[in-house]
Design a protein around this ligand. Structure first.
Ligand code: PMT
Length: 398
């Protein structure tokens, strides 16, 4: 296991059956060199005793916000400042909801708000509760605030159901936490990402465009920064805030997007084409607003440059990653685009379900084969995608 020497971990336990795994988790943390302090919700004490956690961590367990004795030993603000990392494990659906709302009505929610340390969350709940759109929206909100979401895993559940919702095993969680203290998997890499739609002008007030919201590209940009990369995001018109640490270049048309991408790929390692680029544009753009006159009018369209193909053909040695938004034969068409556009990796998705949604389900396609990635919110999927990209970069360099 990776080292956690001298790291101060605040373990927040909430009321789920997986709480019993916190005993082993604490043992692994201390074995790896970390100092552990534990805070528990009242419900958590129904599943594992504070005495057990005190014995294993070697520190008094924090249970109440208004406990004068505990506050005298180490107040909650002091505790929040003490931590190098806050891990909530197991994180119930209820606790995730309360965190996502920014509540501070017990010791653990208050610590989460008060800390400046990274926060990791290990969800654990029934598979239907995990799949519920409310839970997914809450998890997405946490991911957007840069909380690290570890798991959940798939398998048999305490209630007898089978599916996604099991808390990761203690060794997986301990490794994931240790990973947060090592340089990101994309440290030192530059990534250029295109995102959002393009707009192809018809006249000064009208254009051809599509339903891309930019959410997938922005999630990838944010997560790539978290993984240590330098990120340039060439963005079509969207209503999203620029993720922290991302250099954003706003463009409108495919021609502008191509130009901005070409200017920025020179020293890049990876190009990711998430943008839904208009394949055609009006041949002529009217200088003035076109007047309503005849009953019919024809618009002659000409092909736009294929940005990703042009960048791939420029032979710059970039790792080329594309997307394919399809309404039929998603994987088959995706595989054709991988070959036609000369890409190293492609994520094929069903277009109508993905545009503007917070979720995405994709098949990752490369020369080595296909891998179906089950539906997840776009931030969590972005992390998975970046893992695949980092692995490809690694094999390239060896
Ligand atoms: O923005 P969201 O609302 O979050 O939605 C996400 C998404 C559906 C836009 C995204 O998941 C996605 O599938 N993006 C690619 C959309 C698309 O245009 O696919 P395509 O099959 O038409 O193009 C294939 C690839 O070529 C893409 O990488 C695309 O960026 C690129 N391309 C396409 C046309 C063109 N003229 N230039 C390009 O570079």
């Amino acid at each position: 296991m990776l080292s956690l020497t001298n790291k101060r971990i605040l373990l927040g336990i909430t009321g789920g059956i997986a709480a019993y795994k916190c005993a082993e988790l604490t043992r692994l943390f201390t074995k790896a060199g970390a100092e552990v302090r534990v805070a528990m919700t009242r419900a958590a004490t129904e599943f594992i005793t504070p005495l057990t956690m005190q014995a294993l961590s070697g520190n008094r367990v924090h249970l109440d916000l208004l406990d004068s004795e505990a506050e005298a030993a180490m107040g909650h603000i002091e505790l929040a400042r003490w931590a190098d990392l806050v891990l909530i494990a197991p994180a119930t659906a209820d606790f995730i909801a309360r965190m996502s709302q920014g509540q501070a009505d017990d010791i653990l929610t208050t610590l989460v708000l008060a800390t400046a340390a990274p926060i990791a969350v290990a969800p654990a709940m029934n598979q239907a509760m995990w799949g519920d759109s409310g839970t997914q929206a809450n998890v997405a909100a946490l991911a957007q605030r840069n909380y690290h979401i570890f798991g959940p895993a798939e398998g048999e559940q305490a209630c007898g159901d089978v599916g996604l919702g099991r808390m990761l095993e203690p060794d997986e969680l301990a490794n994931a936490c240790a990973g947060l203290f090592t340089p990101g998997q994309l440290a030192g890499r530059k990534i250029v990402i295109t995102g959002g739609p393009t707009r192809e002008a018809i006249d000064p007030v009208r254009f051809i465009s599509n339903h891309s919201s930019g959410k997938m590209a922005y999630a990838l940009a944010a997560e790539a920064v978290q993984a240590g990369a330098q990120v340039v995001l060439v963005s079509g018109p969207v209503h999203l805030d620029t993720p922290e640490g991302v250099t954003r270049l706003d463009v409108e048309s495919a021609a502008e997007m191509l130009q901005a991408a070409q200017h920025n790929v020179g020293d890049a390692d990876v190009f990711i084409g998430v943008a839904a680029v208009a394949d055609y544009r009006p041949e002529l753009v009217a200088k003035e607003k076109i007047k309503k006159q005849a009953d019919e009018m024809q618009l002659r369209l000409v092909r736009n440059p294929d940005i990703i193909s042009e960048i791939a053909a420029s032979g710059s040695g970039l790792l080329m990653v594309g997307f394919a938004a399809e309404t039929e034969n998603v994987v088959h068409n995706g595989r054709e685009k991988l070959a036609k556009k000369n890409l190293d990796l492609l994520f094929a998705n069903e277009a109508t379900a993905t545009f503007n949604s917070d979720h995405i389900e994709v098949t990752a396609i490369s020369a080595e084969g296909e891998q179906a990635l089950p539906a997840a919110n776009k931030h969590l999927m972005a992390r998975k995608m970046l893992e695949l990209i980092a692995a490809k970069l690694k094999t390239r360099n060896t």
